[in-house]
Write a protein that binds this ligand. Structure first.
Ligand code: GDP
Ligand code: MG
Length: 370
């Protein structure tokens, strides 16, 4: 059952601990500030002090932030979100840079210098694609383990002069476990020793059968150096996205996932959020993991201030009360009280979980000694 310490109860009501102890005493309960009282007793005391009782539980949190099921007629197509994975040095960063460079129009403010952990490009065919600029399996798995499924498509980069390596295999299993479709980018084909055929046959052993091998996984030969094949790669992505029929409802309270977050000296806590449903607007009140806030400013991947961000758009969010973690989910709430209560409830639950884990360790250690 739920319980709260006397000190914590006093703190939440913004009352003096001594007054709460006294009130408890008058109800026949002797408790010091570090002792816990049950929820029913706490409720009586709260009412005695003339405060409003709000009990937050997992179910309440769900209630507030639960995605109202979108009606089919409210859904509109949204851009795909792409993560680039592959073995170290196979060219993930080079490929991301080249794609961005080649698809940023010169008139865009900020140019390509802005780094917010994700960016959007518009292909020559007019398709908008969102790339997560966080190549690496750690980011992918940590987000997935935290329940945030942010990627629609994985581009598996395999260097044609090196073929399938351990992290290639790891990436394949991550993509398969997540149920995310893959596109193989056979990179470094500009090199004289490049052997794309070896890449394709190597992949067979890992049950990745590319189109050239009569399978259904698209494969494209590219060079991040010369830019060869990059348009074809973007076309392949757009084609895969079409098959997935990705959609979202832009006309609802926003829901998103934190891609990156840090405490900025000048700007305070800043989080890059990928909006996954709804539209995030300046002035929106939100809860994100154990933090909450009100959107003070939104900054896009070109470094421009924007008033709102719709589905699949990555934006920097300013106006947080603390720094969330990558993978945290952001939900817009109707009131600040709701946002704060949920954040505090989660923080409390996390603390208890850590305390319980700590206690278990201690018990284990005791048993080890015995
Ligand atoms: P990452 O570890 O997968 O991010 O790989 P990088 O993008 O850092 O690339 C590793 C090295 O391969 C760098 O020295 C790149 O310049 C080089 N490289 C990447 N792509 C290509 C390519 O298409 N052709 C050639 N020749 N070299 C490349
Ligand atoms: Mg890299």
């Amino acid at each position: 059952p739920e319980a709260i310490t006397v000190a914590e109860l006093a703190n939440r009501m913004a009352e003096r601990v001594a007054d709460v102890v006294k009130a408890l005493m008058q109800s026949g309960i002797m408790a010091t500030q570090n002792q816990s009282i049950d929820a029913d007793t706490a409720e009586l005391i709260i009412e005695e002090f003339g405060h409003r009782v709000t009990r937050v539980s997992d179910a309440d949190v769900e209630d507030v932030i639960k995605t109202v099921d979108d009606k089919p007629e409210d859904l509109l197509p949204r851009p795909p979100v792409i993560t680039i994975m592959g073995h170290v040095d196979h060219g993930k960063t080079s490929l991301l840079d080249k794609i961005r460079e080649a698809n940023v129009t010169s008139g865009e403010a900020g140019g390509i210098t802005q780094h917010i952990g994700a960016y959007q490009v518009t292909t020559k065919g007019g398709d908008v694609l969102t790339f997560l600029d966080t190549p690496g399996h750690a980011a992918f798995t940590s987000m997935r383990s935290r329940g945030a499924q942010v990627t629609d498509i994985v581009v598996l980069v395999v260097a044609a002069d090196d073929a399938v390596m351990p992290q290639t295999v790891e990436a394949i299993s991550h993509a398969k476990a997540a149920g995310v479709p893959m596109i193989v980018a056979i990179n470094k084909v500009d090199k004289p020793e490049a052997n794309p055929t070896k890449v394709r046959t190597d992949l067979l052993q890992h049950e990745v059968i590319v189109e050239q091998m009569s399978g259904d996984v698209q494969d494209v030969e590219v060079s991040a150096h010369t830019g060869q094949g990059l348009d074809e790669l973007l076309e392949a992505i757009a084609l895969q996205a079409e098959v997935l029929e990705l959609n979202a409802n832009p006309n609802r309270a926003a829901e998103g996932a934190v891609i990156e977050a840090q405490l900025d000296v000048g700007r305070g806590p800043v989080a890059t959020v990928l909006v996954q449903n709804g539209t995030l607007k300046q002035g929106d009140i939100f809860v994100v993991g154990e933090q909450y806030g009100k959107v003070r400013a939104l900054i896009n991947d070109k470094g421009e201030r924007v008033k709102e961000a719709g589905p699949s758009v990555p934006v920097e969010v300013l106006g947080l009360n603390g720094t969330p973690e990558a993978g945290d989910v952001l939900n817009v709430t109707s009131t600040e009280a709701q946002a704060r209560e949920i954040a505090e409830y989660r923080e409390h639950a996390a603390k208890e979980k850590r305390a319980a884990a700590g206690a278990a360790t201690t018990l284990e250690q005791l048993m080890m000694k015995a």
